[in-house]
Design a binder for this molecule. Structure first.
Ligand code: AMP
Length: 272
């Protein structure tokens, strides 16, 4: 399912900690890691005049290429094949990461996230949120400050009974089968009048044969999902990346956005 994945790196120390998880991706059947570093031209916007863009790009490319060589051999030391995206692309990181994934036929994008908080980050926008929004293939976002050791031992499968959550099922089952994960199926009821028993039963039937338990909560989905995640000491959260459907989601952003922003554990988002 995930023979070739794309790792997006900004070469920062915390981003490179994501590499420590690669042996766990090997357990999932990953064979090759394509590494992309984007020269971020958004940073140049508003910079003082007189910058020769071509010279700037060339200089950054040289610097990036030598760092990529080091990275590739680090990845190979985990027993994985690795290759850099060369020439190092220059442009908007989100678009270039998506393009690199397509051109290399990657099945998953693996990336870090600085988390939110600094004004600078809010102004510049989040690369991981942008990639999640635009990607057709699954994205796994590992927060830079996370302290999870084993990613897939105890996974939360957040299901809102809509189709986009159901699409995540195949990934949950695939991972649980490979790693022998425990699955915590979480559903948050927003409107009490809705009858959920039959729908949940159907989902539970699909999970029969796996180690799983179901937790039903009432309230705001992302808050309850994150609360369950803490209570259950879960190691990652699997969610469907929904295109906003309700008016509230369009105004406030989706549950997926909020989980990505506030989760301390890695988040796997799949849309297809
Ligand atoms: P965020 O904190 O949401 O902006 O996401 C940071 C993550 O985005 C990093 O850990 C990388 O995975 C990725 N990223 C950010 N900038 C770049 C870049 N210039 N080239 C490649 N990946 C990047």
């Amino acid at each position: 399912m995930f023979k070739r994945i794309l790792f997006a790196t900004d070469f920062s120390e915390p981003n490179l900690k994501v590499l420590e998880y690669l042996p766990q991706f090997r357990e999932l059947g990953v064979e090759e890691v394509v590494v992309v570093r984007v020269i971020n031209l958004n940073r140049l916007i508003g910079a003082a005049g007189g910058v020769n863009i071509n010279e700037y790009i060339e200089m950054c490319q040289k610097e990036a290429e030598s760092k990529l060589v080091e990275l590739i051999s680090r990845i190979e030391s985990f027993g994985l094949k690795a290759k850099p995206v060369i020439p190092v692309p220059a442009g908007d990181p989100v678009n270039e990461i998506i393009k690199a994934a397509k051109q290399n036929d990657a099945k998953l994008i693996l990336m870090g996230s600085r988390g939110r908080g600094l004004i600078k980050e809010i102004l510049l926008g989040s690369v991981s949120e942008g990639v999640v929004r635009k990607s057709d293939i699954p994205v796994m976002v590992i927060k830079h400050e996370t302290d999870v050791k084993r990613l897939f031992d105890r996974i939360i499968y957040a299901h809102d009974l809509r189709e986009h959550s159901e699409r995540v099922m195949k990934y949950v089952k695939f991972v649980a089968d490979k790693i022998d994960s425990e699955i915590v199926l979480v559903h948050v009821v927003e409107k009490e009048e809705r009858l959920i028993e039959d729908e949940l039963k159907a989902i539970e039937e699909e999970l029969s044969g796996f180690k799983f338990k179901t937790i039903i909560r009432y309230g705001t989905p992302h808050k309850e999902i994150l609360r369950v995640c803490d209570e259950e000491s879960a190691t990652s959260i699997f969610i469907g990346g929904g295109i906003p459907e309700t008016v509230a989601e369009k105004l406030l952003g989706s549950t997926a956005d909020a989980i990505l922003r506030y989760s301390k554990v890695p988040v796997f988002v799949a849309k297809s």
